[in-house]
Design a protein around this ligand. Structure first.
Ligand SMILES: [Zn+2]
Ligand SMILES: [Zn+2]
Length: 450
């Protein structure tokens, strides 16, 4: 197998892997780097000769995996795009939102190359999409050789899959972004446990050990308690959150908490994309045993759309829970602008429910001490940190120990580290080395053969 990581910045970002197994050439995912905009946010597709891919696989619809798929597919018009049924539904909403965001960035950030693609590219991409059922191998033939592609339910987010590629010579397993725990909406991953030659594993949480007292359910209890206290004191709660997956999960958790009267009944404000995705989740769950979701939850929590135009520092429309993207409070997103209104008042709370990269505003806010000033650079605004700031570990990614246990079960000859910061990959390198497999921590844009 040949493997090239096309994400030029390394770590987690514009995820895109270019692979060759027994003469079959394929790419897995083609994302957009969340911390950059325009040309800097792209994977380097130039290393793949035009129209040379036999197929493309999309593991799931987070934009760091999906955001440049229309570009890659445009360069390889004959390559079918294999994905789950769930991703075939969700990708449409995510990509059309992505065009709107790029249109806005074009003038805001003065990037004339935006948008990177248009509606026509999306229609062409949709015509190349071939949804596959999980656990059902698809056989492809070329030059008298054959290869099998199988998708497996990966937890993580609705529609997410892991991938097995089996040629006559090699069996390769890609975890993709994977979560073994069941969530309220979604069953945990079901990877196959057959031995493999090559394992390509995500390493997101390599740098994070889980406190045994902070299992997922305990973290949900802690999060609800922090929410209850804030609301009881007359404050509002900002939950910066991914619009895809985490927001729908949180709607169910809040609905349950309202019913049990574990938190006072207040309005819940959601961003438009998250509310639209609720309808897609509803539709997918009717055709899936792994996703449980009913759009009635919006009504039952009394969800309301955010006001269209958010003005920095302006008082909130009313006391409530603000369930809005982005999860890392990235510049100019609703969570970023709302934080200007909430941060300076000690009755409010800003509660993070996932990982925040240290270089993002969310990561920086978590590092800022109470009463210190916090600068919203992008909009030239400063507020003292008076609101309570907490982070809860509700990650959508497997704990590192679980991934090590999986690697042991699959007993690969080669392990390729993927989707993780350098420190995380280092932890996996040293922890996995006693297994005796060859471990590759690929440099971006370098081809490895194994
Ligand atoms: Zn993801
Ligand atoms: Zn990811």
């Amino acid at each position: 197998m040949k493997f090239t990581d096309l994400n030029p910045h390394g770590g987690i970002g514009a995820n895109c892997s270019f692979c060759e197994v027994d003469g079959f050439r394929f790419a897995i995912d083609s994302g957009l780097h969340p911390k950059f905009a325009g040309a800097e946010s792209l994977p380097d597709h130039s290393l793949i000769e035009r129209n040379s891919l036999d197929f493309i696989i999309l593991t799931h619809c987070h934009l760091d995996h999906l955001g440049t798929l229309p570009l890659l597919s445009r360069e390889h018009p004959d390559a079918p795009v294999f994905l789950s049924y769930g991703s075939s539904v969700i990708s449409r909403r995510m990509l059309s939102n992505s065009i709107s965001v790029m249109r806005r960035q074009r003038s805001e950030l003065n990037l004339p190359e935006l948008p990177l693609y248009g509606r026509g590219d999306l229609s062409s991409l949709y015509s190349r999409m071939k949804p596959l059922s999980t656990d059902e191998p698809l056989t492809l033939e070329k030059d008298g050789r054959s290869i099998e592609v199988t998708l497996h339910h990966a937890g993580h987010v609705a529609g997410a899959v892991s991938v097995t590629i089996r040629s006559e010579k090699q069996r390769v397993f890609f975890t993709g972004d994977i979560l073994f725990n069941d969530q309220r909406t979604l069953n945990g991953a079901r990877p196959p446990l057959a031995e493999v030659d090559v394992l390509v594993t995500e390493t997101t949480r390599g740098h994070t050990s889980r406190d045994p007292n902070c299992q997922r359910e305990a973290e949900i209890v802690n999060l609800l308690e922090a929410t209850r206290k804030t609301l009881a004191n007359g404050g509002s709660v900002l939950l910066p959150i991914f619009a895809l997956g985490r927001m729908q999960e949180m709607l169910l958790i809040l609905d349950e908490a309202f019913r049990r009267k574990a938190i006072p009944s207040v309005p819940v404000f959601c961003s438009g994309l998250g509310m639209d995705l609720v309808n897609h989740f509803h539709e997918i769950s009717r055709n899936s045993n792994d996703l449980r979701f009913n759009r009635k939850v919006l009504k039952s929590v009394g969800a309301r759309p955010l006001p269209r135009k958010l003005i920095p520092g302006r008082d909130l429309p009313m006391q409530g829970i603000y369930l809005v993207s982005s999860g890392m409070m990235v510049e100019n997103t609703p969570s970023y602008v709302l934080a200007t209104s909430m941060l300076g008042k000690d009755r409010n709370s800003i509660l993070f429910v996932g990982y925040c990269d240290p270089s993002t505003p969310g990561g920086k806010l978590l590092e800022t001490q109470p009463d210190e000033p916090f600068e919203f650079k992008e909009i030239d605004w400063v507020e003292p940190v008076r609101a309570k700031i907490h982070q809860f570990d509700l990650s959508g990614h497997a704990d590192r120990e679980e991934l090590v246990a999986l690697a042991k079960k699959l007993s690969p000859k080669t392990i390729i580290l993927h989707h993780g910061d350098p420190e995380s990959r280092d932890w996996f390198s040293s922890t996995l080395s006693p297994l005796g497999a060859k471990i590759i921590d690929p440099e971006p844009l370098v081809t490895y053969e194994t």
